[in-house]
Design a protein. Structure first.
Length: 256
């Protein structure tokens, strides 16, 4: 999220007319394309690879890598640790139907006619058809450079019916819980038991361990329960530490 200083910097920068912005991206054939930004809604950017490569920077604890997305069942290339965390959270978000890292660069003329380009870190397609562009801020907060471009991103996104936000570090307990459940996000973890059987054991709120004992072999039941929590078949308060006595229940119809 914006810090007060970053927000003040952003407010001091002039907006750019979205009609003067271009979108640059690599299409599904790997061909570099550039189209007016106002036509970007016609493009399936969520299927595009990163428009720029992710460099390996000495001293960073997490190098570029790949995340298997349970949302659209494909590998997504991320560039650094904060980006990977936000990819994980978007993959967990049931309103997201597809996601991509850095699939598009917005290009416009800055002061003095200098060309300016900005690549938002993430794009997520939502269930209502709209999209959200996300930039990731690390523990150091929002840089002056990012803050200066935030209003341009907001105006450009609004012009095509999209959203833009800067995502800061998530709440630690939530991040830890989602990270644990992400280890069981692949459907294979539910294959031995089945989501219907798991949901039937959680018709009323109860501790995880009690239902696991009813499901059957714990070696198969626990992965199936964690997969159900990831996929939304089960609901639990992930703002609190997840443990064997944590209470969960089956999601109501229409909430899966």
């Amino acid at each position: 999220m914006d810090t007060p200083d970053a927000g003040e910097v952003a407010r001091q920068r002039p907006l750019v007319d979205p009609s003067l912005i271009d979108a640059r991206f690599l299409d599904v054939r790997g061909v570099l394309r550039q189209v007016p930004w106002l036509r970007v809604a016609e493009c399936e950017l969520e299927r595009c690879v990163p428009v720029r490569s992710f460099p390996v920077r000495p001293g960073r604890r997490i190098a570029p890598g790949w995340w298997w997305s349970a949302t659209d069942e494909r590998l997504v290339h991320y560039g650094f640790g904060a980006m990977r965390t936000q990819v994980m959270l978007l993959d967990f978000d049931r309103s997201v139907t597809a996601l991509a890292c850095s699939p598009v660069e917005l290009v416009w003329q800055g002061r003095g006619g200098r060309q300016v380009g900005h690549v938002p870190h993430l794009l997520a397609r939502l269930s209502d058809g709209r999209a959200v562009l996300v930039d990731c801020a690390g523990r150091g907060g929002v840089s002056r450079r990012l803050a200066g471009r935030a209003r341009v991103m907001e105006a450009a996104s609004a012009a095509v019916g999209w959203h833009y936000r800067i995502a800061g570090p998530p709440e630690p307990v939530l991040a830890a819980n989602v990270r644990w459940l992400a280890g069981f996000r692949h459907p294979r973890h539910a294959a031995g038991v089945g989501s219907d059987a798991v949901a039937a054991c959680f018709e009323r709120p109860r501790p995880l361990v009690e239902a696991v004992r009813e499901v059957g072999d714990p070696l198969a039941a626990w992965p199936a329960v964690f997969n159900a929590l990831w996929s939304g078949v089960l609901q639990a308060d992930l703002g609190r530490p997840l443990h064997e006595r944590a209470v969960a229940q089956a999601a109501r119809a229409g909430e899966w």
